[in-house]
Design a protein around this ligand. Structure first.
Ligand SMILES: Cc1cc2nc3c(=O)[nH]c(=O)nc-3n(C[C@H](O)[C@H](O)[C@H](O)COP(=O)(O)OP(=O)(O)OC[C@H]3O[C@@H](n4cnc5c(N)ncnc54)[C@H](O)[C@@H]3O)c2cc1C
Length: 475
């Protein structure tokens, strides 16, 4: 005879689950100074949501650490309770959504300390590039940030970090001197090239959210305060011609210029200047970090070739470089995808222009298709860096779609997929992780590194996180 435990009435089971969950939350509350939130608690919805409103996490518990020690305790608590762990700073790069488990929201760890003598800055896990700029600019120094100062500095760097100083100075990951890491078993370590060379190698661009929680990092700053930067706006009908001209022109330029060409569908909102409001445009954009007169002469080649509809390329403080890409700062549901190219044959150019520029009288699904010119210090770093494949191509395409209405999500996803399929004959096959989102980010992580680097990365991951507690990250 089999003896089965008596089945409890459903209401008792529910009460038991609630009691257990409440007592588990209470245990973590006792262990950390910061806040601990469960579903239904005030603040839970806000703490799990970030910039990208697609694919929010639905964790069983959220910890909002006040300090480094809280992170250690939260990770140990997850090990004690056998919970998976996801990490979020600003939510600009939400990858695989985490359901159940513990979400560590680092947004309160915003300390930023500049050392003007060594020209380095130590940056807390929750600090945005704006906070780093605020601290570095008074010393005439600049981080290798990207196109939006609202992005989290640590998350950006763990994925590589391709910004407007990239061709001259490399990816931001190249500038890291040390990470403070709480390993998946809850051990705090300082990771440098001398102390833990393998982990240091893996964290410098190998992917985010997989090897523990980085509570802070120290990076080198560049000696840059004024740049010659901005956009030349042309009609979108010229897009194919402009992309082809850029393809032939950009490789001959100095590394002091990091530039891109983009097809944009601008919104009909008041913050867009009148001649461009609600229109599709083709744009030459970039940032020159050398002598201003030389930079002006370089951009004048385009002005002489064809007069732009709007000329918004000028001298500006580096702190104002958000003006180049004009990204939204309010939370937005976005899907992004990417491809690398060594060449951009006319057929690929035509696909990109046609897919981004909507046919007359139809609403655009893809709001922006930008092709950044890489090479220079970005490609040179491929010799030693973990993300060797994600930085050695010549042109990096980023496609961005805004999913304003959940009902169009499938249409948007399929448009992005079809565009990648059409481009498949021309791409290198490598992926730049920071320009992917959702489950695609995890699905393409292997394409950021060579097979040899993948093997080494997997060994490091398995040694550090044998239980795969950080399963929502890139590795
Ligand atoms: C508007 C916009 C502009 C962008 N511009 C650029 C650009 O110019 N160049 C570029 O390279 N990228 C750019 N990105 C991509 C951006 O760098 C990535 O999305 C990056 O992952 C965002 O990091 P985050 O911490 O802000 O976001 P989050 O979504 O909070 O985190 C992203 C990933 O990093 C992990 N992570 C965050 N903090 C930690 C930590 N402390 N420890 C361990 N893992 C952590 C998370 O688990 C997650 O997997 C842009 C993105 C947007 C939306």
């Amino acid at each position: 005879m089999t003896i089965r435990p008596a089945a409890s009435p459903p209401e008792n089971t529910e009460r038991l689950v609630v009691r257990t969950r409440t007592s588990v939350l209470a245990q973590l509350r006792d262990r950390i100074a910061g806040d601990v939130l469960g579903p239904g608690d005030p603040g839970y919805l806000e703490a799990r949501s970030g910039f990208n409103r697609l694919g929010c996490h639905r964790p069983a518990v959220i910890a909002l650490p006040d300090n480094h020690f809280d992170v250690v305790e939260a990770v140990r608590f997850a090990a004690d309770e056998d919970l998976r762990i996801a990490v979020q700073a600003t939510g600009h790069g939400t990858g695989r959504p985490a359901d159940g488990g513990l979400l560590i929201n680092t947004s309160r760890l915003t300390s930023v300390i500049v050392d003007p003598v060594t020209r380095r800055v130590r940056i807390g896990a929750g600090a945005t590039w704006q906070m780093v700029l605020d601290a570095a600019v008074p010393y005439g120094l600049a981080p290798l940030m990207g196109s939006s100062s609202a992005v989290g500095a640590v998350g950006y760097t763990l994925g590589g970090g391709f910004g407007w100083l990239g061709r001259r100075h490399g990816l931001c990951a190249d500038t890291v001197r040390s990470f403070d890491l709480v390993t998946p078993d809850g051990t705090p370590i300082r990771v440098t090239d001398a102390s833990f060379p393998d982990v240091f190698w893996a964290l410098r661009g190998g992917g985010a959210g997989s090897l523990g929680v980085v509570t802070s990092m120290e990076i080198d700053l560049a000696d840059v305060s004024t740049v010659y930067a901005g956009n030349l706006f042309y009609p979108a009908t010229d897009a194919e011609e402009i992309i082809r001209r850029f393809r032939d022109w950009a490789p001959a330029q100095s590394e002091q210029l990091t530039s891109a060409v983009a097809v944009l569908n601008l919104p009909p909102t008041d913050d867009v200047p009148e001649p461009l409001r609600g229109r599709s445009v083709a744009v030459l954009r970039g940032c020159w970090c050398g002598d201003v007169d030389t930079g002006r002469a370089v951009v004048d080649e385009w002005r002489r070739w064809r007069r732009p509809v709007v000329d918004a390329w000028d001298v500006m403080p580096f702190a104002a470089v958000d003006a180049i890409s004009m990204h939204p700062t309010e939370p937005t549901p976005v899907m992004v995808t990417t491809e690398w190219f060594d060449d951009l044959p006319d057929a690929a150019v035509d696909i990109i222009a046609r897919r981004v520029r909507p046919p007359a009288a139809t609403a655009p699904l893809i709001v922006s298709g930008e092709i950044r010119h890489a090479g220079g210090a970005i490609a040179r770093g491929a010799r030693y860096a973990v993300n060797d494949r994600a930085r050695s191509g010549r042109f990096l395409l980023g496609l961005v779609a805004v999913v304003g209405d959940p009902q169009v999500a499938l249409a948007v996803e399929s448009t992005l997929r079809v565009t990648r399929t059409e481009l498949a004959p021309y791409v290198t096959g490598a992926a730049y992780l920071n320009f992917t989102s959702g489950t695609e980010r995890a699905g393409r992580a292997a394409d950021a590194v060579s097979a040899e680097h993948r093997r080494r990365l997997t060994e490091i991951k398995n040694a550090l996180d044998p239980a795969d507690r950080f399963c929502h990250g890139d590795i």
